[in-house]
Design a protein around this ligand. Structure first.
Ligand code: FEO
Length: 389
């Protein structure tokens, strides 16, 4: 990838990872990703902001070949997709000092062996003069790790936001196009940011007074019209849940599937939206995106080895960890000889503040009375969804 000028003396560096399909050995990347770094030249000092994933180190080193002196390497976040090339940059540039939070300094040593004496620790609101322009560091913990900071460049009004406002999107577009970026940005929010929505709300309030002209995240395209992503984040964080049900399910011999089919029709009759995921083939990123909006979660699983099917256990674990804004939850399941599975949604999703709607537990294939119970569940959902504000 070639370097691109985003403003006078400010270049976008980094690497596009067109072929990567999994992040953290968990998160699907259907659109690939990018690792963005930036080079800012002041009249006195030069700063590199972040690096790239270790696999793309050579790309960055080549981009830096004609840069000469690098005074500072700002590390916003110690996760290796941004910090992974720091050791190589420090080896090539003995003059460079890393700039990071105290917690990040510790993590860089733990994760990458970066010597602490190469790190200049900064605190919230500290500034770094580059000559004619300066960086102000804002501590925004948990976007994505506790050590994370972002940089505010004056006088240009550019927010270098690291993971915040990012998207896993491999593209040659320097700036975001609304049609292509909002879906991957929402996927990214759902997978990475949603567990910290309460903190992000506070961070958005803190950023509100800044005259932001451009947002330059560490993944995906930049935003030269920042309100596109700022307004999307406000809606994802603070908007009420929608009249939708998320229904992740597993079925081994068709009984649970028959319940799922009946609930699907029952919800449609009541004009309730449905995001239905067969967990055998589900894209967990799409499931996470549905969690951003769904007002109700219904998990459906047969009993196997005395409990929920492991795919349903895994999905429930993920849903609980992502802490969505859902307000209601329930369970449907079929068993043959062991009724030990109780459909205890409160135990499955302890991090969520949901009203638990009566589960539907069936022995074998669902019968007429079971379908009536599923209709009652759909009625209960419809009643609750009538007042979503
Ligand atoms: Fe893109 Fe949390 O690293």
């Amino acid at each position: 990838m070639h370097k691109r000028m985003i403003a006078s003396g400010i270049e976008a560096l980094g690497a596009v990872d067109w072929d990567r399909r999994l992040f953290d050995a968990l998160i699907p990347l259907p659109d690939g990703t990018s690792y963005n770094a930036y080079l800012i030249r002041g009249t006195d000092k030069t700063a590199l902001l972040d690096t790239v994933d270790p696999d793309k180190t050579e790309v960055l080193i080549e981009q830096l070949a004609d840069v000469g002196h690098i005074d500072y390497l700002v590390c916003h976040h110690a996760e290796q997709d941004h910090s992974g090339a720091i050791p190589a940059v420090l080896a090539a540039h003995p003059e460079t000092r890393v700039v990071a939070s105290a917690k990040c300094q510790e993590m860089l040593f733990d994760l990458l062996g970066v010597p602490p004496d190469r790190v200049m620790v900064v605190k919230d609101n500290d500034t770094l003069e580059l000559g004619g322009r300066s960086l102000r560091f804002l501590a925004l913990p948990w976007v994505h790790w506790p050590e994370t900071i972002v940089s505010w460049l004056e006088p240009e009004g550019i927010l270098f936001s690291c993971d915040l406002f990012g998207s896993h999107l491999a593209t040659t577009d320097l700036f975001a196009r609304p049609d292509s970026v909002l879906e991957p940005a929402k996927r990214y929010y759902a997978e990475i940011m949603m567990p910290f929505a309460g903190l992000i709300r506070r961070h958005l309030q803190r950023l509100e007074p800044l005259p932001i002209r451009m947002i330059a995240p560490s993944h995906g395209p930049l935003f030269d019209h920042p309100d596109l992503i700022l307004s999307a984040y406000r809606a994802w964080v603070d908007g009420p849940p929608e009249n939708r049900v998320l229904l992740p399910f597993v079925s081994m011999h068709g009984s649970t599937l028959a319940m799922v089919e009946h609930l699907t029709s029952a919800l449609a009759k009541r004009a309730i939206g449905l995001d239905r995921f067969d967990l055998v083939t589900a894209d967990l990123g799409r499931l996470a995106m549905s969690l951003v909006d769904a007002a109700t979660i219904v998990v459906a699983s047969p009993t196997v080895l005395g409990g929920m099917h492991p795919l349903a256990v895994s999905a429930a674990y993920l849903i609980n960890a992502l802490k969505p804004k859902a307000r209601f939850a329930s369970f449907m399941g079929s068993h043959s000889w062991s009724a030990r599975q109780t459909g205890d949604v409160a135990a499955m999703l302890p991090s969520l503040s949901v009203e638990v709607l009566p589960p539907v537990l069936v022995k074998g294939l669902p019968k007429a009375a079971d379908f009536v119970a599923i209709d009652a569940l759909a009625d209960a959902i419809a009643t609750r969804h009538a007042n979503l504000t």
